[in-house]
Design a protein around this ligand. Structure first.
Ligand SMILES: [Zn+2]
Length: 199
């Protein structure tokens, strides 16, 4: 939803995080797994767990200022290697990696640092990588009205590397392309060449 105003403010939704309840539940969870929390070093662990997850599920609010594209810049704008830290919603274990986010400007452009904030905004919640990739692309498309959007995320999932198949070092690559970057083969291959991802 583009509006006439150049300034959009994105606030985190009110999650109603109840830290005390989360701390009690974390203590119960650890005891149920046979982990004693009686020792001095573990006594504060349920509280630290609750705070850590609350932090990971709370994106920082940010202002998204867009500018009119007065110069008519129509080449790809790409931010590479944006850090991604999220938590897989199936195991509640972290997945980490990088995002490459690009767009072909239409009427409006965006401060470059904001591309990283958009990634963070959608990463700070229980996620699956495929949805995160699509949400970043869809949000940019809605807010900027660009000619095209491309998002690639490469991430290592600790639920794959620390347990289960223990596929250490394996990364998962997801991509979402919209507009010209989806439809035009030359734009698409230019985008993937600049991200360094072989597609
Ligand atoms: Zn998982």
């Amino acid at each position: 939803m583009r509006s006439g105003s150049a300034l959009h403010v994105v606030h985190e939704p009110d999650h109603g995080i109840d830290l005390a309840a989360a701390e009690r539940a974390a203590g119960d969870f650890l005891r149920a797994l046979g982990v004693s929390i009686e020792s001095e070093s573990l006594r504060g662990t349920p509280e630290r767990m609750a705070r850590a997850y609350a932090e990971m599920f709370t994106p920082r609010p940010f202002d998204l200022t867009t500018f009119p594209n007065d110069e008519g810049y129509d080449e790809l704008v790409l931010a590479r290697d944006i850090p991604v830290r999220s938590v897989c919603e199936h195991h509640l274990l972290p997945f980490t990696g990088v995002a490459h986010v690009g767009y072909l400007p239409g009427e409006r452009i965006l401060g470059l640092s904001k591309l990283a904030r958009v990634v963070e905004h959608f990463a700070c919640r229980p996620q699956v990588q495929e949805r995160l990739t699509k949400q970043v692309a869809g949000w940019l498309s809605d807010q900027l009205g660009p000619k095209g959007v491309g998002v690639v995320i490469e991430a290592e999932h600790s639920c794959m590397t620390l347990r289960g198949v223990q596929a250490i070092g394996s990364t998962t690559v997801t991509s979402a392309l919209l507009g010209t970057l989806r439809e035009d083969a030359r734009s698409r291959s230019e985008f993937f060449a600049l991200t360094g991802v072989n597609k």
